[in-house]
Design a protein around this ligand. Structure first.
Ligand code: DAH
Length: 359
């Protein structure tokens, strides 16, 4: 029986298909097999012999059956696998990616870093002083209407100071001063001038807030990048070169831009920079043409800029006339809309993956 067990093992291991296995099952544990016959013959033996032989034979039978069963399972799983259609499409794994505005901010930072600008951060909760007065926008001046403002309740002010939220030192120095959500990144001009000595050149990317209705080109919350360069003899010609480099690196060397006179209280003179949407050398598409049509112009303004008003230097405690600089403020969404030809600003904040996943 020991030899038979060994033989059975070897046969079963080398069986090549289910049919062969079926035959082996009959041969080794079937009704007419030696093993079954011997098991049946046990009844003719003495009690003593039965006691020693019966468990042995049963054990052999059980282990042969186990091996047969496991081999059978092996065959049936191969059969299952053969049935699977390996040409069917798999399940796509979603991978994370950056938001278009993050991509845009990093591009802006890269370009200005390459021109030796430092990147500076500022508080989103600002004081009336830095957001307005220090920028030559006094209370009751009509220029304030350029920025619809979210004011904080006076009771919120002390709470914010107590919780040590990101807020200017100024609020602690001038308790009782009104707080607001900054309407632009320009307040960082004065903050930075107060704590640093020129020559200097910085950009300030950041979130800003406007109390206004939302439409295709307006959001109550959006992103700006402020720029400031100050030195003994910085001029508008320097600005033209720097901003030209920036626009060409961002939109391609063919990019056409122009300066248009404008007004901001914190610059003198002030200007706006326009980019050509259609015509000229511009690579247009349907979305850009639609923007041009709705604005009734081939050009689109992308930033405000100018020579820093001496009143701003004075607000930062500089001697009037000692320093000169240029400043600019550009909307990040506006840049992204141009670069990626996006027709509606609300798409950035709409949480629609069909839009977001394209970046
Ligand atoms: N702060 C202005 C705005 O939000 C944009 C701006 C205009 C910034 C002219 C500047 C500048 O630095 O010189 O509308």
């Amino acid at each position: 029986m020991d030899d038979l067990e060994k033989e059975a093992y070897a046969d079963i291991e080398s069986a090549e298909n289910p049919e062969e296995l079926k035959k082996l099952r009959i041969k080794y544990v079937g009704r007419k097999s030696d093993l079954t016959r011997n098991l049946r013959g046990l009844k003719d033996l003495t009690l003593e012999e039965k006691r020693t032989l019966a468990p042995k034979l049963q054990k052999i039978k059980r282990s042969i059956e186990e091996l047969l069963d496991s081999k059978e399972r092996e065959f049936s799983s191969i059969k299952e696998a053969a049935k699977a259609d390996l040409t069917r499409p798999g399940i796509r794994h979603r991978t994370g990616h950056l938001h278009p505005l993050t991509i845009m901010e990093r591009k802006v930072v890269d370009i200005f870093s390459s021109m030796n600008f430092s990147v500076v951060d500022g508080p989103e909760v600002e004081t009336e002083h830095y957001n307005f007065d220090a920028l030559n926008i006094p209370a009751n001046h009509p220029a304030r209407e350029m920025w619809d403002t979210f004011w904080l309740k006076p009771s919120a002010t002390s709470e914010i100071i107590a919780k040590n939220l990101q807020i200017s030192e100024g609020a602690k120095e001038r308790p009782g001063e009104r707080l607001l959500l900054r309407t632009h990144t320009s307040p960082m001009q004065v903050r930075y001038l107060e704590t640093h000595t020129p020559p200097l050149q910085i950009i300030v990317p950041g979130r800003v807030f406007r109390y206004e209705a939302t439409d295709a080109s307006h959001e109550a919350n959006f992103y700006q990048v402020e720029g400031l360069m100050v030195g003994k003899d910085v001029s508008l010609a320097n600005f033209k070169y720097v901003i030209g480099e920036f626009l060409k690196k961002m939109f391609g060397s063919e990019t056409e831009f122009r300066f248009r006179p404008s007004y901001f209280p914190f610059t003198e003179p002030s200007l706006e920079v326009d980019i050509r949407l259609v015509g000229g050398k511009s690579k247009s598409n349907a979305n850009l043409k639609a923007i041009a049509e709705s604005r009734k112009s081939d050009w689109l303004e992308v930033m405000g800029a100018g020579m820093v008003n001496q009143k701003v230097f004075e607000a930062a405690h500089y001697n009037p006339g000692e320093w000169r600089g240029f400043a600019f403020g550009v909307g990040l969404e506006r840049l992204a809309m141009l670069k990626y030809k996006i027709p509606d600003i609300r798409l950035f904040y709409g949480d629609d993956l069909r839009f977001i996943d394209q970046f």
